[in-house]
Design a protein around this ligand. Structure first.
Ligand code: ASP
Length: 438
């Protein structure tokens, strides 16, 4: 069997619901469906989840939310009507709203988007509705209780057969509702796919697959056909917005292949994500870069002390101070008498001058300086390990384009080369790299 997850943009109106029905009906293996809440129908529209967050705030401050509720209500009524569903949506909505008491939890209100979406989808597909609070279990600390979750998902499938499960929420051991972070229906889908040892996990969205570069920077970037989970992790960490970052772990561990597919263009293969590929296809062999992404606004904090390498505790003492301020270090570079820490500027600025003063005093440095406005770019590709000359090509291309490289680093598994450039060169650098590798 296959597990399918549909994102909000695929569920925005009755046409989306009908498209999903066709997709599910076209393959008898597609027996488990996870849904988000309806998303935007057009760019100025609202996501149901956002409207529900606003409802919660209005309930807290005892402000009327009738208008917002009417918007929400008409979205679901239109879907049910447009799909010709035989469901008493009015009374379901009435039940939900009657639980919106002054003490109602945010989790309850906000999760109703997915709950209602799944109820309607179950009726549309003729599948059983299985509430996420009965099968997705969290520990008290908010982490997933995998054993209980997997057992209950398996039992639910055994008992019900084909089923629809709402994404984004589950319950804690004391029966309270709990949410994943935003976009978390991806994680629900991954858990369900892993629990059922699905043949694959299809994540249906509004793009043709994962793109090689950000379409806001590169015109019409190619879609990545096949990517490994580690490459995907590298790209996502460095800014590519693809899936909720917790999605990868359950399917990776259970060896379930993941597809990213487009609901409005279902015949396209999309992007296949797997642990590894035994054989590279011809198209891949000719291209050793899988994707290019990056993030702006980093600072480089450089600490200088002559004969630093003779002071064995120096680096540790500096890092103890950054640890005390809970600063995530993106990269460390070093030379004979200095080393540099690359840290996100917004995080570093929270510490003001206190951090640099403390390092200067405690570690007896000769100099300490902060350079702002640095961007990090990740060039990711599993085939780089076996290919000579990739870094040469990167530096030549950037050099010819007149772009100065501030930082160079290669990950130890050689699937990632990281380059630091000034923020003003960021877009140009991405475009230059993309065009020299496609
Ligand atoms: N509806 C939730 C959100 O907008 C969860 C999801 O779509 O995955 O974040």
């Amino acid at each position: 069997m296959k597990v399918l997850k549909f994102g909000g943009s695929s569920l925005a109106d009755h046409e989306g619901f009908n498209r999903i029905k066709d997709i599910v009906a076209s393959d008898p293996m597609r027996t488990v469906v996870v849904v988000s809440a309806p998303g935007k129908r057009y760019s100025a529209d609202n996501k149901i989840t956002d409207l529900l967050y606003i409802c919660t705030a209005h309930i807290r401050y005892k402000v009327s939310y009738d208008d917002i509720w009417n918007d929400i209500k008409s979205r679901y009524l239109n879907i049910a009507q447009g799909c010709g569903l035989d469901v008493d949506v009015e009374s379901i909505l009435w039940d939900v709203r009657s639980n919106f008491t002054p003490t109602v939890s945010e989790e309850y209100v906000v999760s109703r988007g997915e709950y209602l979406s799944a109820l309607l989808m179950a009726s549309h597909l003729g599948y059983a509705f299985v509430d996420a609070c009965d099968v997705i279990h969290f520990n008290f600390d908010g982490t997933v209780d995998y054993d209980r979750t997997y057992e209950d998902i398996r039992n639910a499938y055994e008992k019900n057969g084909p089923m629809v499960v709402p994404g984004f929420y589950g319950s804690t051991p004391d029966g309270k509702l709990h949410l994943f972070s935003r976009g978390g229906s991806d994680v629900t889908g991954a858990l369900v796919a892993a629990a059922l040892d699905a043949q694959c996990y299809e994540n249906w969205t509004d793009v043709d697959g994962i793109l090689m570069a950000d379409p806001k920077i590169v015109d019409n970037p190619r879609t990545i056909e096949r990517i490994t989970f580690s490459e995907l992790r590298e790209l996502s960490y460095m800014g590519a917005e693809v899936l909720h970052e917790e999605t990868v772990f359950p399917v990776l561990k259970a060896h379930v292949p993941l597809y990213i597919k487009n609901t409005t263009n279902p015949s396209l293969t999309g992007t296949l994500v797997m642990e590894s590929f035994d054989e590279e296809n011809e198209e891949e062999k000719s291209r050793f870069i899988t994707g290019i992404t990056g993030k702006r606004d980093y600072s480089v904090l450089t600490v200088t002390k002559s004969r630093m390498h003779e002071d064995f505790s120096f680096v540790r003492r500096v890092l103890e101070i950054t640890e005390k301020y809970q600063l995530p270090i993106e990269h460390i570079q070093s030379s004979v008498d200095s080393f540099s820490l690359v840290i996100s500027s917004s995080v570093l600025s929270r510490t003001g001058h206190v951090l640099t003063e403390e390092i200067r005093k405690e570690c007896n440095t000769d100099d300490i300086k902060v350079d702002e406005g640095v961007s990090l770019i990740a060039v990711v590709g599993r085939r780089m390990v076996a290919t000579k000359g990739v870094s040469g090509k990167i530096f030549a291309a950037l050099g010819e384009a007149g772009i100065n490289i501030r930082i160079i680093e290669q990950g130890s598994d050689e699937i990632n080369i990281m380059i630091g450039v000034m923020d003003e060169d960021f877009d140009d650098a991405i475009r230059t790299l993309y065009h020299s590798f496609t």
